[in-house]
Structures are given as C-alpha cells and as structure tokens.
Write a protein of this length. Structure first.
Length: 204
C-alpha cells in the first residue's frame, strides 16, 4: 500500500470511529484519545488529519449530510410533485434507519454547526434546481431555511413518536409546508413566479 493510500485509509478509520462515538455520546464527552483508541491509531493522527476534535466533528456532520443529499431525486423525467415526494420519503426513511444519528447529529438547529449549515444550503440549492428557483434570491433563501427548520422539527417529532402520523402523512405535511413557504417568499419578493410550482407540488 502506498503512503497516500495508507494515510487515506487511516483517515477513513478515524472518521468512522468518530461517527460512532458522536452518535452515542455527547460532544463534550468524546475525547480525541477515545476516537484514536476506537480507530486503532495513534492519538496524534486524529489531529494530523482533522486539525482538532471540532474539525473532525464538522467533517462527520458534512459526510452524513452528503449521504442524505445523494438520496434526493433530481430526474427531470419524473413529475415535480412526485420527485419531491420521493425525496422527502427517502430522507425520512434514512432518518428512521439511522434514528440515533438523526436525533443526536442531523436534526440540530441552524447555527449549531456552521459547516453543516452549508450542507443544508446545498440541499436547498438542489431543491431549488428541482423547483426552477434561484436560491441566491434573498426571499427564496430565507423561506427555504425556514422550511428546513420546520421539516427538521417535524422529523424529530416523528422519530420521537410525538405524533401518530405515518410516513405518507408526514410527506404530505412537508409538501404543504413547502408550498406555504414558497407563497411566503412571494410576499417578500412579489416578482417571484411560484404559482406553477405550487400547483405542481399539489399534484399526487
């Protein structure tokens, strides 16, 4: 194995070990030495590859966030409403399958971890590509961040069994909240064309 390949393998071992520890323990309770021990590497390699525990934590969050983004359906041959519903359903299924990960890492408030906020914005950009909207327009960006916060709270309640709704109902609730967010964007920016998008989202 080359030096570069060995370094990459070590980095992945550290990342995998940190992921498991951050899922099951509070951030402050996880020590770099714990991560190194779980990964089977020297303590200094944690800092060599990630700079700090905070840097490693951020990388764990971003890696998971990118996994979730890859679930989104972007095929233009699929009708818009069905495309977004499939994306919501896939996202929700991922959260259910990784419940502790979702509750302890993914479903955090905006601003709790800035690098992960950037991943969330990447997700909103993907959503905007599907919707035919420009995420860089202030009104669109503001309401989609608001929508993401609402969606995260709904997902958290779902995982904690704080409501009796099944997955299909949750998906339809998310679709309705998204449509409402787009109408709210037009209040801030009357030039936005959202009627066609809202109509397509309403189609089953």
């Amino acid at each position: 194995m080359t030096r570069a390949a060995s370094a990459a393998a070590t980095r992945e071992k550290v990342l995998a070990a940190a992921r498991e520890l951050f899922i099951t323990s509070k951030y402050d309770d996880v020590k770099a030495a714990d991560i190194a021990r779980a990964a089977g590497v020297a303590h200094g390699l944690v800092f060599h590859h990630f700079g700090s525990k905070q840097g490693l934590y951020s990388e764990v969050l971003c890696t998971i966030g990118r996994e979730v983004l890859d679930l989104h359906v972007s095929n233009p041959d699929v009708p818009l409403g069905e495309r977004i519903r499939r994306s919501h359903a896939a996202h929700l299924s991922y959260l259910v399958a990784h419940r502790e990960l979702a509750l302890n890492l993914l479903l955090q408030p905006w601003g709790a971890e800035e690098p992960f906020d950037a991943v969330r914005d990447d997700g909103n950009r993907k959503l905007c590509e599907n919707l035919g909207l420009d995420f860089d327009r202030p009104a669109v960006r503001a309401v989609l961040r608001m929508y993401t916060t609402a969606a995260d709270q709904l997902a958290r309640d779902y995982l904690l069994s704080e409501h009796p709704f099944d997955e299909n109902v949750v998906v339809e609730m998310l679709m309705t909240v998204l449509a409402g967010a787009l109408r709210a964007a037009r209040i801030a920016d009357p030039s936005l064309e959202v009627d066609r998008v809202v109509e397509e989202l309403a189609r089953p």
